[in-house]
Write a new protein. Structure first.
Length: 64
């Protein structure tokens, strides 16, 4: 028998400031990987995390 699909999924968080700002100190976009429970949080996550490219704490949104 096949395993049931779990409620915890792996998601990727991407910095919103790096994606839109072209005048930053270094090239690249900050990305984090984490897991979330799809039953408890069906909407996309938004978490404030440290971005090494912006050198500050910025909002990171869940990507597809």
């Amino acid at each position: 028998m096949a395993k049931q699909k779990g409620s915890r999924i792996i998601i990727h968080l991407e910095c919103t400031t790096c994606r839109t700002n072209t005048d930053k100190r270094s090239e690249g976009v900050s990305r984090y990987t984490t897991v979330k429970n799809r039953r408890n949080t069906p909407t996309r996550l938004e978490i404030k995390k440290f971005c090494p490219h912006c050198n500050s704490h910025t909002v990171h949104k869940e990507t597809k």
